[in-house]
Write a protein that binds this ligand. Structure first.
Ligand code: SF4
Length: 371
C-alpha cells in the first residue's frame, strides 16, 4: 500500500558548494511547465493501492514556486487520498508571511526551513546566501502563520567550526524551540566544489577530535533541551516526528515524482532521470521518466530494512537481539521492548551497521519480519 508521495522541485537561485542534489539555477523548463509535467506524471501512478498519509515537497527549493502551483499538485495528489502530513521545504530567503499564509491555506501543515547555521561564519563557510536574520524572520513568520510543525535543518562539521560554536546554535534552538530538527554532518561529496576543495586541502573540515566534540555537544545539548532523538540525524518534540521520513526508514511504499525522485512501489525501487529535459521528454511521450528500476529481493529487503532500522533510535524489536553480533551488544540498549544503538555510539553507526550486516549475511531473510 502506497503511504507517501515525494515531489522533487529542482529549482534553486544559486548552487551551494556542497550540494549533490539535482538542483537547477537556469532551468530550461519553467515552473509552470514543470508543474504540468508533474501533473501528467502523477497519472502514471493511478490504480495503485493507496492509503496516503504524507506528501512531501523537497528540492531544490520548493518555495521558489508560486504557492498556487504547489496547490495544483496538492489537488492532483488529493485524488488518491488525503495526506495528513503535508511538508514543504523552504529556504529562509524565499518565504514571506504572505507566501506562508497561502501555503497554509493549501493544507501545508509542516514547514521545514533550511537554516543550516545560526552563525554568520557557518553560513559563509557553507556558501549560503541567506543571513541569520533571514532564518529568524522565516521561522517567526511560520510561527505567526501557525503551521502545526516547524522544523529546521542544520549542518555541522563545516570548515572552521569549533565546539564552542555549537553552544551558540543550541542557544538559538532554545530560544526558538522548533518542533523538529534535522542536523546533518557536512559531507564533501565527490564532484561538488566542496569535495574538490577538501581533497586539494584548500578547505579543512574539523579534525577527528574536534568533530567528536562538536557531535557530542550537539546531541547532549539537544537532549538537555528536551528533544527526543528518533533517527541518526533527526530530533523532535514528542509526537512531532516526520511521518514521511519514517516511511522511508521502515521500507513502506511511496511514489516519487519529478526529476531525480526515488520511489518504492511493489518491491521495486525506481529512480527518475536527473536530466530535466529527458524527464520532460519521457513524461510528454507518456513514458515513466526512469533512469533505474531495481527489484528488491527478500534478501535485499532484509538487508536494506536492517540498515535503515539501525539508523532509527529504537528501530529493532527486543527479540531481534540475535541479529547483533555478541561483541557489539554493549553498543546497544533496550527500552520498552525496542532496541537501538546507544546515543553515544551513533557516530559509529555506519561501522556498526556494516558489522551487523556481515554477521547476518547467512541468515535466511524470511526469518525476520520488518518493523
Ligand atoms: S539550496 Fe539546497 S538544493 Fe539548492 S543548491 Fe543549496 S543545498 Fe542544493
Amino acid at each position: 500500500m502506497v503511504k507517501g508521495i515525494y515531489v522533487h522541485i529542482p529549482f534553486c537561485s544559486y548552487k551551494c558548494p556542497y550540494c549533490d542534489f539535482t538542483s537547477l539555477i537556469n532551468s530550461p523548463v519553467s515552473g509552470e511547465e514543470y508543474v504540468n509535467l508533474l501533473k501528467r506524471e502523477i497519472g502514471f501512478y493511478q490504480g495503485l493501492d493507496y492509503g496516503l498519509e504524507t506528501l512531501y515537497f523537497g528540492g531544490g527549493t520548493p518555495t521558489l514556486l508560486e504557492p498556487k502551483l504547489l496547490g495544483e499538485i496538492i489537488e492532483e495528489v488529493q485524488k488518491f487520498g488525503s495526506p495528513e502530513e503535508i511538508t514543504v521545504e523552504a529556504n529562509p530567503e524565499t518565504v514571506s508571511g504572505n507566501k506562508l499564509k497561502e501555503l497554509k491555506k493549501l493544507g501545508v501543515n509542516r514547514l521545514s526551513i533550511g537554516v543550516q547555521s545560526f552563525l554568520s561564519k557557518g553560513l559563509e563557510a557553507l556558501g549560503r546566501k541567506h543571513s541569520v536574520e533571514d532564518s529568524i524572520r522565516a521561522y517567526e513568520s511560520a510561527r505567526e502563520v501557525g503551521f502545526e510543525t516547524v522544523s529546521i535543518d542544520l549542518i555541522y562539521a563545516y570548515p572552521g567550526q569549533k565546539a564552542e560554536d555549537v553552544e551558540e546554535e543550541l542557544r538559538w534552538i532554545d530560544r526558538l524551540r522548533p518542533d523538529h530538527l534535522s542536523a546533518y554532518m557536512l559531507t564533501p561529496y565527490e564532484g561538488t566544489p566542496l569535495g574538490f576543495r577538501a581533497k586539494s586541502g584548500e578547505v579543512k573540515l574539523p579534525e577527528e577530535e574536534e568533530l567528536a566534540s562538536i557531535y557530542d555537544l550537539l546531541w547532549r545539548g539537544l537532549k538537555e533541551l528536551g528533544y527526543e532523538r528518533y533517527e541518526l540525524s533527526n530530533w523532535a518534540q514528542r509526537g512531532k516526528e516526520c511521518r514521511h521520513n519514517l516511511l522511508y526508514w521502515t521500507m513502506e511504499e511511496f511514489v516519487g515524482l519529478g526529476v531525480s525522485a526515488w520511489g518504492f512501489v511493489g518491491r521495486v525501487r525506481y529512480g527518475n532521470t536527473k536530466n530535466v529535459l529527458s524527464y520532460a521528454e519521457g513524461v510528454l511521450s507518456n513514458k515513466r521518466p526512469l533512469e533505474s528500476e531495481v527489484f528488491i529481493s527478500d534478501r535485499d529487503f532484509f538487508e536494506e530494512s536492517l540498515m535503515l532500522r539501525l539508523r532509527l533510535r529504537w528501530g529493532l524489536r527486543a527479540e531481534e537481539k540475535e541479529l547483533i553480533p555478541p561483541h557489539l551488544v554493549e553498543f546497544f540498549e533496550e527500552r520498552e521492548g525496542r532496541l537501538g544503538i546507544r546515543e553515544e555510539f551513533m557516530l559509529l553507526a555506519n561501522e556498526i551497521t556494516a558489522e551487523v550486516l556481515v554477521y547476518n549475511s547467512d541468515r535466511k531473510p524470511l526469518e525476520v519480519r520488518n518493523g
